[in-house]
Design a protein around this ligand. Structure first.
Ligand code: GRF
Length: 186
């Protein structure tokens, strides 16, 4: 049976879109069973609706755990998800929750290291190389086993925005291919 993905997003959903595109092109053999959005009105929802993917927005009455129990995905794919994943879920889906981080972990990860903050820190430290990391999610924030990385140069005149855009383009290439390998071993 074709494996089922639950994609969780809090923002524009460009990584979610890259997953949908890879599926359409046959580079990713998986069904996107649901987009779980952290709140209404985010870009990822617009993309899901355009692609005919069901959208769920968990709340107190219908928790993330309840949504995932219904969907029963083979993998949970965090694509810019800015909420904590409750410990029970990390345990229940051990080794089956993937995340993408816009830096070369183990550097520039952990609490407070998200979005613009990551790229600011990379530039401030004078790094000449940055990139992105796909890893399995464990209890320790951004510390789960690394599944793959891609690098980009940091240019002397980079701003957090220009660097973010360069990294994001690599994220879109890396994430679908790592998901495919994680699911199918090829
Ligand atoms: C990406 O930079 C990803 O690495 C991080 O959050 C951002 C999400 O962007 N975890 P998008 O919503 O996929 O465009």
């Amino acid at each position: 049976m074709t494996p089922r993905l639950a994609v969780l997003a809090s923002g524009s959903g460009s990584n979610f879109q890259a997953i949908l595109d890879a599926r359409r092109d046959g580079r990713l053999e998986a069904v996107v069973a649901v987009l779980v959005a952290s709140k209404p009105g985010i870009g990822a929802i617009v993309r899901a609706e355009a692609a005919g993917i069901p959208v769920e927005i968990p709340d107190q009455a219908d928790s993330l755990a309840a949504v995932l129990k219904r969907v029963a995905p083979d993998r949970i794919i965090l694509a810019g998800w800015l909420r904590r994943i409750p410990s029970e879920l990390v345990e229940a889906y051990a080794g089956r929750i993937l995340n993408i981080h816009p830096a070369l972990l183990p550097k520039y990860g952990g609490a407070g290291m998200y979005g613009r903050h990551v790229h600011e820190a990379v530039i401030l430290a004078g790094e000449t190389v940055s990139g992105c990391t796909v890893h399995e999610v464990t209890e320790a924030y951004d510390e789960g086993p690394i599944l793959g990385q891609a690098t980009v140069p940091v240019h002397p005149d980079d701003t957090p925005e220009t660097l973010a855009a360069r990294v994001l383009a690599e994220e879109h290439r890396l994430y679908p291919s790592i998901i495919q390998t994680h699911l199918h071993g090829r």
